[in-house]
Design a protein around this ligand. Structure first.
Ligand code: 9MR
Length: 374
């Protein structure tokens, strides 16, 4: 295996806030005011450290999904994205429908912009996602019914090779296969299963390793956080893949939480996958709640964010903690769950919420007792 970038690039991550021109809450780049001559200089106010500053010494990447449209138009959004986070994921820009809208004609513009942003800000990139049943290009769904298994296999293999080779050397972790299980823990009855059978998963990981041998290859799904049929089914499959020598490096726990559904057994579930000699990561964290938010609901959101990060810190092989967007203004939640929202660390005006303070506090406490760094 290549050396783990999270371990190699820590020093760079600590330094980034110093290079930011704009200062946002939580970034450590606030310039110290010059002391007035001939007056007593007060002791400097301790500068607030960012999530990435606090996570760097303990070997953890703190990431966010990035909305490309907002990145292009909002300086404040860019400043928070660069200041608080040491890893980014394209919310949509690397999905198949985005990169190959017409068969054989690629449009990498948005994804390339994101990678450039990450490189400018000394951030790693999670690639999301290569094999999924959603956000497939129209040209593919249009011909799906008549595709032969051989043709389907060739199309999928070409997609994995073309996209991974385009970004070769630029992606830290790839979500190779996303959401292959349904909510009951059966393999999802999607195009890939119908045409190729269950082996499409192993094949996808093998092709991915060939395409970019240095990227960490992840299986990513939701509700793995909770003990139950789905998490057990994913565990059984991934254990089998490892046993068969399939090149899989990690498992992503999406961690889309809702105050109505209680707290998951996240640490326990991450640990059992980690015990298979895999990295684990929280890849899409947010905590939604019915609107308007009551004080009790917000306290529950704060507690769920804290517990989720604490779970990652408690599992030695948890390499990154990524929120699925950081602001309520661009969140996917209100479009999907009617009447719910407020799932993020900042409000729609990009003002920090107690959820952000809670994560900073957990990291601060962890840096005071850096058990991960030993
Ligand atoms: O946040 C994404 C949203 O903008 C898209 O419309 C949606 C389409 O399905 O996908 C959202 O991101 C999903 C991610 O790619 C996979 N896990 C669930 C995420 C939230 O739906």
């Amino acid at each position: 295996m290549p050396p783990h970038p999270s371990r190699l690039l820590l020093a760079g991550a600590v330094a980034v806030c110093a290079s930011l021109a704009l200062v946002m809450t939580g970034c450590s780049s606030t310039p110290t005011p010059k002391p007035t001559p001939h007056t007593l200089t007060p002791s400097p106010t301790p500068t607030a450290l960012s999530l990435r500053d606090l996570a760097a010494p303990i070997g953890l990447r703190i990431g966010t999904a990035i909305n490309n449209d907002t990145l292009a138009r909002s300086t404040a959004y860019r400043s928070i994205a660069a200041g608080q986070f040491s890893s980014v994921t394209a919310e949509n820009a690397m999905k198949w429908s985005a990169v190959e809208p017409v068969q054989g004609k690629y449009n990498w513009a948005a994804a390339d912009e994101l990678v450039a942003f990450a490189q400018q800000n000394d951030q790693l990139v999670r690639g999301h996602t290569l094999v999924w049943y959603k956000q497939l290009p129209g040209w593919l769904t249009a011909q799906a019914a008549t595709l032969t298994p051989d043709a389907t296999r060739a199309i999928l293999k070409k997609h994995i090779f073309d996209e991974m080779k385009h970004f070769k050397g630029e992606i830290w972790q790839w979500d190779v296969v996303n959401e292959a299980f349904d909510d009951k823990g059966n393999l999802r009855d999607n195009l890939w299963l119908q045409k190729l059978g269950p082996d499409y998963i192993a094949d996808a990981f093998r092709w991915a390793r060939d395409a970019d041998p240095d990227a960490l290859l992840f299986y990513n799904d939701y509700d793995l956080e909770f003990s139950g049929a789905k998490s057990n089914a994913a565990y059984a499959l991934i254990k089998k893949l490892k046993g068969d020598g399939v090149p899989i490096d990690g498992v992503g726990f999406q961690t889309h939480l809702d105050t109505r559904y209680g707290v998951p057994d996240l640490q326990k579930n991450m640990q059992r996958f980690a015990d298979l000699h895999l990295d684990v990561a929280e890849t899409e964290v947010d905590v939604r709640t019915p609107l308007p938010v009551t004080p009790e609901a917000q306290a529950a959101q704060v507690a769920e964010y804290s517990r989720s990060l604490q779970a990652c810190l408690a599992v030695r092989r948890c390499v990154s903690f990524t929120v699925w967007g950081f602001d309520d203004g661009t969140s996917w939640v209100p479009n999907t769950f009617k009447g719910e929202g407020a799932a993020d660390l900042y409000n729609a005006d990009l003002q920090p919420k107690p959820q952000l303070d809670a994560l900073l506090k957990v990291l601060k406490e962890s840096s005071d007792a850096p058990h991960r760094a030993d």
